[in-house]
Design a protein around this ligand. Structure first.
Ligand SMILES: Nc1ncnc2c1ncn2[C@@H]1O[C@H](COP(=O)(O)OP(=O)(O)OP(=O)(O)O)[C@@H](O)[C@H]1O
Ligand SMILES: [Mg+2]
Length: 607
């Protein structure tokens, strides 16, 4: 039993719930015991200690060392006694799990008591604590920091269904961690895995190129990228309106809303080649939010025309009556080419021709629709290839094909690279995209392509950009819905952010697993604090001192909170730091290259 004695370091002094105060033996305090040739350090925050209880071993995580670990009741003593207490070594633990035989389980079924022995955890013990994973449902993402020989694993079922957040300051290794995680899933046997990455900066194309299909605005087809189209008619009404500038009164908003509803109804009633209704649904169920095609060019043309019409008094028997009729068009406009009809101009002194007294005074708004339709930056929305409706509202490709292309292909990962989307509509577009995908999986919940039968993991890079606390945007609302209900419909979230303090708190609290990388800002750490179990707070204090690529994984996807050094992905995400010293030693490049820079800028492409 010599081995047993070597590992003994102290005794339990008090038990309060699952918090244990341990008094170390005097000779242990600063010692570094060597067991089987391995040097151990007693009491590192985040390390484990073992409490043998007959047939079971309890495991506790070290959360406090020194005076803070002294039980409350003992702090209230005379100064002399206090000195004695302080000079003894103290450690407090939070109980995290229990080992019976060779099996380690999270949670404890029995409590220790005062006087029980506390032991160092050896490599053999750690093998049991970190081992025992179901290989079929776990992935390896790195090594356990305290012992590099131990693999750090994550349970993928819990990771996806209970949502996960990856948090850390800039440069702490978040994008690398995402890439490692996704690669580990993709490399595994999950041949039908479905992962959708919303990638605002186009970081992952390179890192995950072997496992992903990339959709990008202004795609470079030589790099295997596909053109990203998001048909404007699939956006909810409010999102579509938010793309145009200019304010509308409530009445005018309703006017445009009902124009859109009527056009969507008209589209469904068109007759297709086989003499059937074009889209067979009852018109009562159609709203301005229904993903049904209609022609925005025609809507613009009609709204614009109504504002421009002028009127003269109708002549009856050679005399002017009080009935008004429309003037003749002078120049015919064209909805496709976005030119307006021209009428004889209205008089300014209350004589003929009159302006249209039913006009809504929305020319400024219709102009903004026109300028958006003409702006090539918005082609991905309005000039969306086969998804663009003709003037009657017919499309050659419907949204089901789009979803199938995004979600059902031979690669496990789909990257929607939004780097070409104008920043001012980024929130709307990413939100609308998520809503299109989530709604489809929600309504398809009982089909084999629904999320329950084939779960979807949605990765949101830079989540703070479109999930701002207190904001009622479509992206916040959609992500909140997924966070609350996604589990039921097989949709999981993986949020990545460097600003947890800006993130919506309810969403963060719905994340069952937290991967916290280095975090310098105390305000941001404060937000993580509120999302983790109380007893683990002291682990949060470790965050500023973590190495790049090192993090603390806590929550449902791991058996116990673990400090992990993540692998480094071989194809670095694009965000990887430039090697300054190396680059600055090279010769300067040709100054003519700025010509190319400006050409790229003007054509809004990055070559
Ligand atoms: N596990 C790791 N081991 C070694 N180096 C790493 C590891 N993870 C990241 N790095 C390096 O750290 C740098 C920053 O990593 P990364 O781009 O993943 O950070 P980030 O947290 O996503 O930053 P940002 O918030 O700016 O997007 C990169 O150069 C990367 O190669
Ligand atoms: Mg990053």
């Amino acid at each position: 039993m010599k081995k047993h004695k070597d590992t003994l370091i102290g005794q339990i002094a008090s038990v309060s719930g699952n918090i244990i105060s341990v008094k170390l033996f005097d000779n242990i305090k600063s010692a570094m015991p060597i067991i089987d040739g391995v040097v151990y350090r007693v009491g590192q925050i985040g390390s484990f200690l073992k409490i043998p209880l007959g047939y079971a071993n309890l495991y506790g995580l070290v959360t406090n060392i020194g005076a803070d670990a002294i039980p409350e009741s003992m702090r209230d003593t005379t100064l002399v006694e206090y000195d004695k207490i302080v000079n003894a070594g103290w450690i407090s633990l939070v109980l995290v799990g229990e080992q019976i035989g060779n099996k380690f389980e999270r949670g404890i079924t029995q409590s220790p008591t005062t006087g029980d022995e506390v032991h160092i955890v050896t490599i053999q013990d750690l093998n049991i604590v970190y081992g025992g994973w179901n290989e079929a449902s776990s992935i390896t993402v790195g090594n356990i920091s305290v012992s590099e020989s131990l693999a750090a694993k994550i349970d993928i079922d819990k990771l996806v269904t209970r949502h996960c957040a990856i948090l850390g300051s800039t440069g702490s290794g978040k994008s690398n961690t995402v890439a490692v995680l996704l690669e580990a899933i993709a490399k595994n046997d999950f041949k039908s895995s479905r992962i959708l990455v919303i990638d605002p900066h186009g970081e992952y194309n390179e890192a995950l190129k072997d496992y992903s299909k990339v959709y990008k605005v202004n795609a470079d087809t030589t790099k295997n990228q596909n053109e990203l189209y998001i048909p404007f008619w699939a956006l909810p009404f409010n999102e579509l309106m938010s793309i145009f500038s200019g304010n509308l009164t409530e009445a005018n908003r309703d006017y445009i809303r009902s124009e859109i509803v009527n056009r969507k109804i008209a589209t469904t009633e068109l007759i297709d080649e086989s003499e059937n209704k074009y889209i067979d649904i009852s018109k009562e169920s159609i709203t301005a939010d229904s993903p049904i095609p209609f022609s925005l060019n025609q809507l613009w043309f009609d709204l614009d025309d109504f504002e421009r019409q002028t009127f003269i008094k109708k002549e009856v028997d050679g005399k002017k009556s009080n009935e008004l009729i429309k003037t003749e068009i002078i120049v015919h406009g064209d909805a496709d080419r976005l030119t307006s009809n021209e009428y004889p101009p209205a008089s300014t002194n209350n004589s003929e021709p009159f302006i249209n007294n039913k006009a809504k005074a929305i020319l400024r708004f219709t102009d903004s629709i026109r300028s958006r339709l003409l702006n090539t930056q918005y082609n991905f929305l309005f000039d969306c290839g086969e998804l663009k409706p003709d003037l009657t509202g017919k499309v050659t490709k419907d949204i089901d094909t789009l979803l199938a292309e995004w979600l059902e292909h031979d690669k496990p990962i789909t990257i929607l690279d939004l780097s070409g989307v104008p920043t001012e509509i980024m929130t709307s577009i990413s939100g609308a995209l998520l809503k299109i995908v989530y709604d489809a999986l929600f309504w398809g919940q009982n089909t084999p392509v629904g999320g329950k039968q084939q779960p979807l993991l949605v990765v949101l890079e830079e989540a703070h950009n479109y999930l701002k606390a207190g904001e009622n945007s479509i992206s916040s609302r959609t992500v909140q819905t997924i966070a609350k209900e996604g589990r039921k419909y097989g949709v999981g979230l993986l949020l990545v952010t460097q600003r947890p303090s800006e993130l919506d708190e309810t969403v963060l609290s719905q994340c069952g697993t937290l991967i916290s990388l280095r975090m310098n800002n105390s305000k941001d750490r404060g937000h993580i604090t509120s999302a983790v179990q109380d007893e683990l707070q002291t682990m949060i204090d470790l965050l500023p001192s973590l190495r790049t690529g090192e993090g603390i994984i806590s929550g449902e996807a791991v058996k116990i909170p673990s400090r992990v050094k993540f692998f480094k992905i071989s194809n670095a995400p694009k965000s990887a730091d430039p090697k300054v010293s190396e680059q600055w030693q090279k010769d300067k490049p040709d100054a003519n290259l700025y010509k190319e820079v400006i050409k790229n800028w003007r054509s809004q492409t990055i070559k």
